[in-house]
Design a protein around this ligand. Structure first.
Ligand SMILES: Nc1nc2c(ncn2[C@@H]2O[C@H](COP(=O)(O)OP(=O)(O)O)[C@@H](O)[C@H]2O)c(=O)[nH]1
Ligand SMILES: [Mg+2]
Length: 402
């Protein structure tokens, strides 16, 4: 996994760009690992084969990439491990392929707006540098017996990002076949996916290929070979739309996110109206406890509404504004991580000092005990000596015969 400078040497800029030289962080590609393993990764060129891997969290994207690139790290927790766009360099046969691991639009910690901003910025940088995708692999767990809300949302987002033309370069691959009780069940679900218009039917009609990722590295290689044999290069709708001057909220994918946000905003506003009503009743009844509880729920809701507004503003950006803002966000993230690292190293240093002090204190107490023992021992010996002297005096020279 590595950071990526997508600037190809001496390439012409496509229409819609201002010709500014790209600075490093603008590509929005961050290295999720603290240890870049391919620091010498060359800048991608328009001739490179670049394939994006998409799908919800847990659909198997990183696992798929790991068959070709050891730098891909698989997350086993509930949290999304691929919370940023990551590029992996892979060698397939004689050639080099760059596989792009992308975050799903179902992240536990990040809003759809933030994810779209990151993915769009990455794709914009690639477009600007004339680096085109050779294909997109969209992974889906066949073992899920129904399409969840987030799976549906992710699929809608995917279709909007791509646009119709790019669909002929898409492979829809089903994963987790080993988790199916029977192959027939899997085949039935696959048919359902391929024939229902709200699932994959329209994509298949426009040339998307349905393949199975059912045999680890072997089927993964078949999928890669299929894409590479096509020898295609594509521009996605979002890339063309933003290059033509649209703001992110005016793009097809942006509108999809906006409509989801609009639903949430209306829900939050309805909840707020309900709370106002409940508050009035609680006041009328002089129910202080209820008033306190309602106030606390209202504060949470106000925070959600504030974030809704913030997300709406974050979508009103042109390609250049997005690039600038992402560069700032990444710089801030880096600074925050650096600050945290400093704090931790200070904490560690302090802990070391405390440990040494504790060790010294433990030594001191040991010495004290030894000293006390020695004092006691000396006392005993003194007493013994005095007793002996007494005996000597009493029994010997001290016993004067009168
Ligand atoms: N049985 C089975 N498990 C898989 C398959 N692909 C991925 N997994 C497992 O599913 C989990 C999520 O996979 P991961 O690659 O991290 O998904 P991502 O979030 O899309 O990157 C991991 O525990 C993987 O080991 C597959 O084809 N079959
Ligand atoms: Mg992943």
């Amino acid at each position: 996994m590595a950071t990526w400078d997508p600037t190809p040497a001496g390439s012409e800029q496509p229409p819609g760009y201002d010709g500014h030289p790209p600075s490093r962080p603008e590509n929005g590609v961050t290295n999720g690992s603290s240890q870049p393993d391919t620091a010498e990764l060359p800048a991608l060129t328009p001739n490179d084969v670049v394939i994006a891997v998409m799908g919800v969290t847990g659909s198997g994207k990183t696992t798929f990439i790991s068959y070709f690139a050891p730098s891909a790290r698989i997350g086993h927790g509930l949290e999304s491990c691929t919370s940023t766009v990551n590029i992996h360099k892979a060698t397939i046969g004689q050639g080099t392929v760059y596989l792009i691991d992308t975050p799903g639009f179902d992240d536990t910690h990040r809003s759809d707006t933030d994810i779209l901003r990151e993915v769009a910025n990455w794709l914009n940088s690639a477009y600007k540098s004339r680096i085109k995708l050779s294909g997109i692999i969209y992974l889906h767990r066949i073992a899920d017996n129904r399409m969840s809300g987030s799976a549906m949302k992710n699929l809608r987002m995917f279709k909007r990002l791509c646009g119709e033309e790019a669909l002929s370069c898409v492979v829809l691959a089903t994963t987790m076949w080993s988790m199916m009780a029977s192959a027939e069940d899997g085949a039935r679900r696959e048919r359902e996916l391929m024939t229902k218009p709200e699932f994959w039917a329209s994509m298949v009609e426009r040339g998307s290929k349905v393949l199975r990722q059912d045999n680890n590295a072997v089927s993964a290689m078949e999928i890669m070979r299929y894409i590479m044999a096509q020898r295609r290069k594509i521009d996605l709708d979002i890339q063309k739309e933003m290059a033509s001057g649209k703001t992110l909220d005016e793009t097809s994918a942006g509108r999809e996110v906006q409509s989801g946000m609009e639903v949430m905003r209306r829900k939050h506003e309805a909840e707020m109206a309900e709370l106002r009503q409940e508050m009035e009743e609680a006041r009328r009844d002089h129910d202080v406890r209820a008033q306190r509880e309602i106030a606390s729920v209202r504060a949470d809701l106000e925070e959600k509404l504030r974030r809704d507004r913030e997300d709406r503003d974050k979508m009103r950006v042109t390609l250049d504004e997005l690039r600038q803002q992402r560069a700032e966000e990444l710089a801030n993230e880096r600074a925050a991580a650096h600050e945290r690292e400093l704090q931790l190293s200070n904490q560690m240093y302090q802990a070391q000092l405390d440990r040494e002090r504790a060790a010294n204190q433990a030594n001191e107490s040991l010495m004290e005990v030894k000293l006390q023992l020695a004092v006691k021992e000396a006392d005993n010996i003194r007493l013994q000596r005095e007793a002996a002297e007494r005996r000597e005096r009493d029994e010997g020279g001290g016993c004067v015969v009168m």
